[in-house]
Design a protein around this ligand. Structure first.
Ligand SMILES: O=C(O)CCC(=O)C(=O)O
Ligand SMILES: [Fe+2]
Length: 320
């Protein structure tokens, strides 16, 4: 393999999209501007039971016995405290709809760059992603309607919201709160990269809302941080990846963990993921739940903040 940045025939400043860069025949190494070194010593051993990814059978929450329901709620406490991440299966969203969503994204990302640009939104996400020194090996887009993808994405969004609601209800119950206490969609495109160990799709970050649901095509790439190691998420194709986010950590006064995660790239095939964040509106002030503080006799560890303040606070935290 050529050293990183050897393909200086390709100037990062002239790159119009990561897709066109990745498709360029001259590309045999990562241009310097995109360089990010993955430390192999920080990768978790997938065979180590310490890094087993929890799987939650959502059907048992609605149609299981009371004993099964209680066991899941009990398991969720441990999962949300220790890892802040799990894979939800039997969630009721048809596999065909999940696949249609990924196919719709594929179709969208195959449009010429100029056409894609017209639908470009989600600048705040991009701003967040461009933190740090690395330029990212990835393109993101939020679907707002107007594309052929919008019908599928609306249906998918609606159905995945139902899953999210069910899940946040269960998480609320695992905290001993009322089920309804805790009450958009971004597509990510990661083309193959000639030197995946020298690039990053999305650098490490936590998400801002309560929970994020994520689906992907058949390519893995998401890594979650656990005990100082990066664990590659691998799981059933029809599962939803569920990660707890910042507002959940604040709401639970730090009991539940907003999981640090990142997206790596590969040199084999394009990876597409769709992230569906869930949380209250941006104006909502989020603070540790008084009921929980009272129950535990705890002082609040977080100030009451709205989304924007959390966002700005995180920008400082994550870039220093
Ligand atoms: O593509 C992935 O696996 C991760 C995406 C992500 O973390 C995000 O969109 O916030
Ligand atoms: Fe994320």
């Amino acid at each position: 393999m050529s050293p990183v940045g050897a393909a200086q025939t390709i100037e990062a400043s002239k790159v119009t999209s990561i897709k066109s860069l990745a498709e360029s025949p001259a590309l045999n190494s990562v241009p310097t501007a995109y360089n990010f070194n993955i430390n192999p010593n920080e990768e978790a051993d997938p065979n180590d039971p310490e890094f087993a990814i929890p799987i939650v059978d959502m059907s048992l929450l609605t149609s299981g016995s009371h004993v099964q329901w209680s066991k899941i709620i009990h398991d969720l406490v441990k999962i949300c405290q220790e890892l802040g991440f799990f894979i939800a299966i039997n969630h009721g969203v048809p596999e065909s709809l999940m696949k249609a969503m990924i196919d719709a994204c594929h179709g969208f990302f195959s449009l010429p760059d100029e056409e894609k640009q017209e639908f470009k939104s989600g600048d705040d996400v991009l701003e967040m992603l461009s933190m740090g020194p690395a330029i990212i090996w990835h393109w993101t887009n939020s679907f707002c309607g107007g594309t052929s993808s919008s019908e599928v994405s609306m249906e998918f969004s609606k159905r995945s919201r139902e899953v999210a609601l069910e899940k946040t209800r269960a998480i609320s119950e695992s905290l001993g709160l009322e089920p309804n206490y805790i009450q958009m969609l971004a597509a990510n495109y990661y083309p193959p990269c000639p030197q995946p160990e020298h690039a990053i799709g999305i650098p490490h970050h936590t998400d801002h809302g309560l929970v994020t649901l994520l689906i992907q095509n058949k390519m893995n790439g998401l890594q979650v941080e656990h005990n100082g190691k990066w664990l590659t998420v691998d799981g059933p194709a029809n599962g939803f990846f569920v990660n707890l986010a910042d507002q959940m950590q604040i709401l639970t006064n730090g009991k539940y963990k907003s999981v640090m995660h990142r997206a790596t790239v590969n040199n084999k095939a394009t990876r597409i993921s769709v992230a569906i964040p869930h949380g209250p509106s941006v104006e909502t002030i989020v603070a540790p739940a008084p009921e929980l503080l009272e129950k535990k006799g705890q002082a609040p560890k977080y100030l009451a903040m709205n989304y924007k303040e959390i966002y700005n606070f995180n920008k400082v935290r994550k870039t220093t």
